[in-house]
Each structure stands twice: as C-alpha cells, then as structure tokens.
Design a protein around this ligand. Sequence first.
Ligand code: ADP
Length: 821
Amino acid sequence: MANENRFPIGGDDFNIPMRHRSDELYQFPNFETDENGEFESAAILIRDLIIYPHMITPILINEGVNYNAIQHSLRNYETLVAIYLNDNDQVSNSSFDFLFVGTEIAVGKIMPLGENDYSTLIQGRRRVEILEILQEDPFFKVRARVVEEKAANDKHLQAIMRITKEMFNKCALLDKSISEEAPLIAGSIQEPAYLADMVSSALNINISDRRKLITTINPTNRLKLLNGILAQELDMLELENEIQTKIQGEVDKSQREFYLREQLKAIQSELGEIDLSINELSELKEKVKNKNLPEAAKRVVLKEIDRLSQMPPMSPENGIIRTYIDWILDLPWFETTEDNLDVQHANQILEKNHYGLLKVKDRILEFIAVQKLKPEDSKQPILCFIGSPGTGKTSLGRSIAEALGKKFVRVSLGGVRDEAEIRGHRRTYIGALPGRIIQTMKKAGTINPLFMLDEIDKLGSDFRGDPSAALLEVLDPEQNKEYSDHYLELDYDLSKVMFITTANSMLSIPPALLDRMEVIEFSSYIEDEKVMIAKQFLIPRQLHETGIENLKIHFPEKTIRVLIRNYTYEAGVRNLEREIGRICRKIARLKTEGKSYPTNIEIDHVEKFLGAQQIFDLEAEHEDEIGVATAMAWTDNGGDIMPVEVLVSDGKGNLQITGQIGEVMQESAQAALSYLKSKAKQFDINSDIFESVDVHIHIPEGGIPKDGPSAGITIACALISAFSQRKVRRDVALTGEITLRGRILPVGGIREKVLAAHRAGIKKIFIPLKNEKDLAELPKKVKNTTSIVLVKHMDDVIDEVLLPPEQKPIKPSKTKKSNEE
Ligand code: ADP
C-alpha cells in the first residue's frame, strides 16, 4: 500500500487549476490501513461545511479540539479525517450525532489570525466510513475505513453525466458566484464520482443537500441526486434571473427617462423655450381674468396657477394641476341662454316632431305657461317621464329644449352603482375626474340647459355608496344651488338647470326621488298609432338620413303593419324605426351600386331585406284548453300576456310553482289554491282529491322574473279548470288580485296590459271593478274591438271564462290521467 498513502495535490489526474494549488498543504502524511482496510486517525469535527474529495477550502479554527487534532496530525505526520455533525447540535454534548461518512483530508500550515483564531487550508482526499469514535479529548480520534466508489461505467451513467455537465453549465451561466473555469473542469472529468463531488462543491446548495451528497456512496446514485438538486437550482436561478432582468429593465427605463428629461431641459433652455411655460402661465392668468368666475373659484384657480409656477415643468403633478385648472375654466359658471317661453311657439315645435301624446304635450305646455308667470327665482319643478323604451321620452325632451331655446344634454344613469360616478373622485386619486353631472354641465356650456337624467330606475347601490343619495342632492332645489363635486371641491350652482328624468317603470324608482318629481306617463302605442308615427315621422326621417328622399320610395300601410307585427315586438317604436332604417340603407346601397331597387316596398321586399317574418309569442292560445289560462303582465317593455299552466298529478298534496316567480306571486298562487279548496263543492270537485295529488303551477315566458299579485285570478281559473276538467276559453285574458274569499282587488298597469292583450288578439278582458277609472285612458279603437268586463268576485268570472264541463271531474283514486289532453 505504499503508493496509496501518497495523495498528490493538483497534478494531471485531479486537474485542479493552478490557483487552487497550495504549497502550504501538508502533502504526504503517514497512512496505514490494517487488513480490513481500516485505520485510526485524528479527526476534526465540522458543523456546517462538507469537504468533498478534491475540494480545497480554507477553514477557521480556534483553540480547542480541532486545533489540537490538526497540531497532532502535523506534528506526527499523520493523516486527518473530517467528520460531520448531522445537525447543528452543540459539540459540548458528547453524545453528538455525526454522519457515518467523513472525508480523509490533507491539511496545511496553521496561520494565526487573531488571539484565539487560526486559519488553515484543507483539501478533501476520499470518502471514509466512520466506524467508531475512539476519543474526544484532547482531540477527536476515529476508527475509519476507506470506501469503494466504483460505478458500472455504462451508457446510462454516461447519459447521466452528460446531463449533469449540461445543467451545471447552465447554472454557471446564471450564477455569478460559480467560477468561469468550473464548467470547463467539469466538462473534462471522466470519472463519475469525481464529477459528482466536483460539481457538488462548486454549487451554492444548502447544508442538508450537501450532507445527502456526501453520504451517497454509489456514484450513480449520487449523480442522480445531484441532477435533481441541479434542476431545482436551475429553476430558482432562472426565476431570479427573470426577476432581476425585470427590475433591471425598470431601472434602465427610469434612468433613460431621467436622462432624456435632462437632455430635453438642456435643449429647451438652449432654445429659450423655458420662457414658453412662463408664457403659458400668463396666458392662463389672462383666461382667468376674462372668464366670469365666482369669487371662490377664481381664488382657487389663481392659487393653483401659483403652485404651477413653482413646480418644475416636468413634474407629473404639473399635468394634474393643469387639468384641474382647465376644468374650472371650461365649466359654465354664469353663461346662460335666454328662455323662450312662448307657448304658441312651443306648441308648434311639439306638434312638428311628435304624433299623438296629447296628454303629455298638454302637460308640457302648461308647464311652460307656468314658467312664464312665476317669479324669476322660484324653484324649477322636476319632470319625470315614465314609459317603455321607444315611446318618445327622449325625443320629446329634445323638442322641449328646442321650444324653450335651451341647450339639451343627457346622461344615462343605468347601471351606475358608485356614488363617485355621479359626484366625481377626489383629486388625490390618480386619473380623477369630475362626476357625470359636472362633466355634462361642461358639455352643456350654459348653466340653464335642459338636462335629461335617463334610466333613474336602473340606479344601483352597493358598498361604494348610494348614488341615489347624490342624485337627491342634484335634484333638490334647496341643495342644488351649492352642489359639491368631489373633484371640483367648489360649490356649483345647478339651480337654473331644468331637469327631466326618465324611467321605464315607476316601481323601481327610489321613493325619496319619486317624491321630488312630477310624473308624466308615456304609454305604449297601439298598432294604429305606430302606423301613423311611421308614416309621418319615422319613414320621412329615415329616408332623409340615408339620403334617398328624392327616390320617391313608398311604404304601403300593409307593409308597415307587417313590420310592426312580425319584425318588432315592443311598446314603443324604436325597433320599428330601426327596421325602416335598415330597409332604407339597403335601397341606398342598391342605388349607389347602380342596381335596380324597388320604390314601392312590398312585403316580399321586406322579407328579402330583413329576412323571414318572425312570429312572436304574443298571441292568444289557439284552442280552448284545460289547465291553461292567460294572464296579463306589466313589464319594462310595456304590457305582455302570459299563460298560466296548471298540472295535477298523483301525489301527496304538494304545491310547486315554477317559472322565476317572486314571493308575492307565490303567495298569490297559495291564496288561489286555498280559495279553490274552500269552494271545492261549488265546482263539483271531491275535496278528498287535494290530499292525493300534487299541483304544479308553471308560468313560462322566457325565464323573465315575474312578481306581483295581479296573476291571482288567472291562477285561480287555471286551477279550477284543471280540477274540474272544464276548458278555459282561449280568447280571454285576466288580471286581478284574489283574496282567500274570492274577492278581486285592483292592480296596476291596466292600460299597458289591455293594449298588450289587444295586440295579441284577445277578445275578452277581465279586470277588477276598482280599476274602472283606468279605462278612460284607453284608445277608442281598443274599446270598440275588445270586450272589457269589470269584475269584483270570482263568482263573476268562472262561468264566463270556463266552458261547461265535458268530462267528469277527476276522482281521487283515478288521477293517473293528468290535465294534459
Ligand atoms: P325613449 O326615450 O322613450 O326610449 P325615444 O324618444 O328615443 O324613446 O324614441 C324612439 C324613436 O321613436 C325616436 O326616433 C322618436 O322620435 C320616435 N318617436 C317616439 N314616439 C314618437 C311620436 N309620438 N311621434 C313621433 N316620433 C316618435
């Protein structure tokens, strides 16, 4: 074994770079093994470092066991072993836990560092197995055995090694603490064990991974373990690198900007352009002088201009202040238009632009007359136009503005949930702006415009504050003289504004708002009215807008009626106007392409231009049926009819109600059923049956949420029909709330409901007696063609709506057959 105890440091076989060589190292210790390959040696105990074979590293020692061990080894020319603590246990505890693998090391001269501190250079030579701790004092002594590190050098291992080298290469590129030569050295290593150890020592990995690597004796396994660690390390490094690059990018960008700004400043001063901003300031001051501003606003603006002048021109705050100043200067503070309160003139304009709407027009003219008579500074009443879409609310608003000579502006509040949308954001917000009210006032340019607030029934409210509270302030004549916007932070006078609000239905307007306003209702149009509006207004306007008014295009009345019935489904005329517009555009296109186009628009042409006619559901049932009755509903779109279906099947007396039904409607269905149960005998129904069947009430119609008590009597009719097997007349529709005793109570929306039923071809309509007054509003044509029956009790209804029984009422035992036919 003579040669084995010679471990040259450096040299070709180890390929350690020159700068790692140290002549200080103690190179040729005595080293003898017994017949089992075991030997005894002094040992140093190392806590958080692992010395792999071939690795050279300085270590710090102080006087104590390690110092003694090294001294002993140097003095006696003996080899030395490094043993490793398995965790961070204190050495003082003699029963410490150490790794079963240590490293035989060479050690250099001890160099004094301070009073008690020394350093020395050590180099790992080979793995040894620690068999026994022989002594702990005055230095550690161990019995150890050199371990074999042979690996089968096959293709598999070659592949693993290649991966190790590649990954290490990548790591070295990303991790600046790995020396540049390291990958080159690794690349040239052929021996697996050495490769693993060399890479392990070069990497920045944690102590527990290092411990695993030193104790994995099989080189193949060690390389596999190492590759896992390398992969993790690479991940981390790549991530770090990505973050680093990003940060670097940002730093570079801001440096670049800074640099450019400096250059810009230099250029500006070179060109004498710094004066420009001074010019700008004086221009602003000039503007302030010429603009009629309230005292407070003037003070604020001048103060802001002052701030601006002290600000470096490139400061971001600059823009914020400029925008604020511009807002104040652009807003109207005193600008007005003169009102034209000539009622005659107003009447002409309203007539010129609108068909019908007699009641509404009357109200408007009264309103104008009152404006003329009342004192200048009395409060402006607020009008609220309620009606379905397309019934002319907006366009009438415009006409009123035209008649009065006012500017017209509008803002939609549909879906506004955030108070800040109305009142603005404080200026401390990035990108803050005034709220919609002030923005719209800027658009108006005068302080007395006609200001339309659309869709106030669609206001939301949530955690961001209640916009309707802000709106209350806008509309309150007591408060709106000093309206405050968060952005403006100046009182703004809204008291000269003529506000008109619009909504589809009165139900969802916050009551406090509704209290402030005078409601004017716009009702749905019947077909004849729509025809007139189309002829007199929509068609001429669309022909004009598409530039084909000189082509002598004619829409026969038959065509208009088809457009109304089978291409639109609405209370107003908005879609009708759109469809007419589409036809006009198609003709305009044919004309410009030099193709032939029709001048008399027949139904065929309509089908060609707009596609096939549609059949809307709004139609009466085609046959008399059992268990289906027709209710009338009042929706945002005006009125509608909807079938109420009842199905009775074997069961245990349960009631199920479906079709997106609200609570009130559910209760009303319960009431109807209770009424029926109490009157079973009267309808020739065996009252035992209620225990042995389930009742299912369904109100279809496209999953639109429905609520309210007005379907009560319709549900009752459908129930009685299903249980007594009497058919419901198909051309009948009903509305009315029902009490448990069968009395019928009044409901809302009569006009819209009756018009819808009329549109759907219903011949007989049942409404509560107490709603009689609502009939006055119905068009004559409807009254003449529909029979309207006023009822006050279910007894008045049953025999009018249900046909006499054909079959025997269903019996409890034989309820298999439901009411389906
Ligand atoms: P709303 O504001 O109620 O939704 P619009 O005022 O926007 O309805 O009306 C839709 C279209 O129908 C507009 O072009 C309007 O001029 C027209 N219109 C509605 N009602 C009438 C009417 N009575 N006479 C003439 N045109 C009308």
